[in-house]
Design a protein around this ligand. Structure first.
Ligand SMILES: Nc1ncnc2c1ncn2[C@@H]1O[C@H](COP(=O)(O)OP(=O)(O)OP(=O)(O)O)[C@@H](O)[C@H]1O
Ligand SMILES: [Mg+2]
Length: 451
């Protein structure tokens, strides 16, 4: 009997090889190559196709594709103003973060005036019904418990709902391929076919994807290239705030975030996160308020720092919600240009509410929190900070300073420490700082030393 043909494909980058490697030759990741059956390809016929007439872009007719409001304002914001008809969206997130809850809520709200379908491969119909009842009923949402890819595609073609959620893409299985559900080949095939069905039949499709331990959406990168939009649902399972972030969006900005709070009755949008995350306790050393920009939305966030004497040869730099490389850079600039040496100290930095700051505009506030912890001096009451720190210790102007100042004014901040050149337009006071040393001097309250 002939030996079944197998190949090894990388779960990380989709690289395919004839034999197993410990390290993927494509992306240099270790232990990511998995065995699977070689997909049977039909022999390509040469010259079998027919040439088609070409169009110039000027002649292309565009039907104004009105976006579908999902009914969840925070989700709409991240999608760039609603769901685009016939688009394919991938929602990733850790187990239990609330993907199914969010999407069921959205389906329920959209079902008022549209046909919505939930294809569940992970939970039984009864389980979904229980959740729906907890969320306040989703009577009009149609549901199908199915994992066979062909059946799912045929159903979509026959029923043509406006919106379809598939929970999850890893459970879909095509018997033609012969490899296990969730394998690279299966996920790639499922996404490819669903993409075609979605575009041809005008079904806006949302795929739920699992996340691997390093935080990327499981399945090959190919999946992320295929879909129109990749949303990442983040946040600690053990804390109630969740952040939805666009990683890729063909129809909008990728910097937008949506903030939710998980409650017994489902996920509730937090329209004003600054109110929740941007408060410090007056007189406490080691906390500063950053005014960071997330997409078009300025947000006040509390940054906490702890500086503790270390016995380790290499003191620790632990960052939660801040890029560790950025933290190392800020610690180095503090030592070199602001006279705050931390060579013998562990430094821990944490951003409130499990939010992640990717933006350099938060540098000054992070430095201020560390300086405050190191010197045991609290930051002045009612003070926020923004600005990027350069390697020479000079502050660089942050983008969209006006919007940041506006948000600070709204939240009742009295003074803002910002790079020089930032001009206040309202009644808020701006303490302009040329260098990091100036910013720390302007930010710390020297009169109130902590014991
Ligand atoms: N009765 C409840 N009260 C409060 N929160 C609840 C309740 N039931 C579930 N939750 C929250 O909902 C979360 C599960 O949400 P959900 O099933 O939508 O997650 P998921 O991202 O779809 O997970 P998975 O990847 O396992 O499918 C739980 O972790 C919990 O925080
Ligand atoms: Mg789920």
């Amino acid at each position: 009997m002939a030996k079944a043909a197998v190949q090894f494909s990388c779960t990380h980058c989709g690289y395919v090889a004839g034999r197993w490697f410990g390290k993927c030759p494509g992306c240099s990741e270790f232990g990511t190559l998995l065995e699977e059956a070689v997909p049977k390809l039909k022999a390509a016929k040469s010259g079998g196709g027919t040439a088609k007439p070409l169009l110039r872009l000027v002649d292309v007719q565009v039907e104004e594709a009105a976006r579908i409001p999902t009914g969840v304002p925070e989700l709409d914001r991240v999608l760039g103003g609603g769901l685009v008809p016939a688009s394919l969206v991938l929602v990733g997130g850790e187990p239990g973060v609330g993907k199914s809850t969010l999407l069921l809520t959205a389906l329920q709200l959209m079902s008022a005036d549209r046909r919505t379908l939930l294809i569940t491969g992970e939970e039984s119909v009864a389980q979904v019904k229980l959740r729906a009842e907890r969320l306040g009923g989703a009577a009009n949402v149609e549901i199908l418990a199915e994992t066979e890819l062909e059946t799912v595609c045929d159903t979509l073609v026959a029923e043509r709902p406006d919106v379809c959620v598939i929970d999850s893409v890893q459970t879909l299985y095509s018997a033609e391929l012969g490899s296990a559900p969730g394998s690279v080949a299966q996920v790639r095939e499922a996404a490819g076919r669903l993409l075609r069905v979605a575009k041809e039949n005008g079904v806006a499709t949302i795929l739920v994807g699992h996340v691997t331990k390093d935080g990327t959406v499981a399945g090959p990168r190919v999946l992320e290239h295929l879909v129109d939009c990749v949303l990442q649902f983040e946040g600690d399972r053990y804390r109630e705030h969740r952040v939805l972030r666009a990683v890729k969006n063909r129809f909008g900005s990728t910097n937008e975030i949506g903030v939710f709070e998980m409650t017994g009755a489902g996920l509730i949008g937090v329209p004003d996160p600054s109110e929740v995350f941007g408060r410090t306790h007056d007189g406490e050393a080691g906390a500063a308020v950053a005014c960071a920009l997330e997409g078009t939305r300025p947000m006040l966030l509390e940054v906490q720092a702890l500086v503790a004497q270390s016995d380790l040869a290499m003191p620790r730099r632990v960052a939660t919600g801040v890029d560790p490389k950025r933290l190392a850079m800020i610690v180095a600039v503090l030592a070199r240009h602001a006279g705050i040496g931390l060579g013998q100290a562990d430094v821990f930095v944490n951003v409130a509410g499990g939010v992640r700051i990717d933006e350099p505009g938060a540098d000054v506030a992070i430095a201020l929190a560390i300086a405050s912890a190191a010197k045991r001096l609290p930051v002045k009451a009612g003070l926020a900070a923004f600005g990027e720190i350069g390697l020479t210790g000079r502050l660089r102007p942050a983008t969209q300073a006006d919007r940041r100042l506006e948000e600070c004014t709204k939240l009742g901040v009295a003074t803002v420490v910002a790079p020089s050149g930032t001009v206040s337009r309202g009644k808020i006071a701006v303490a302009q700082a040329e260098t990091l040393r100036d910013a720390i001097k302007a930010g710390l309250d020297a009169a109130r030393a902590e014991n």
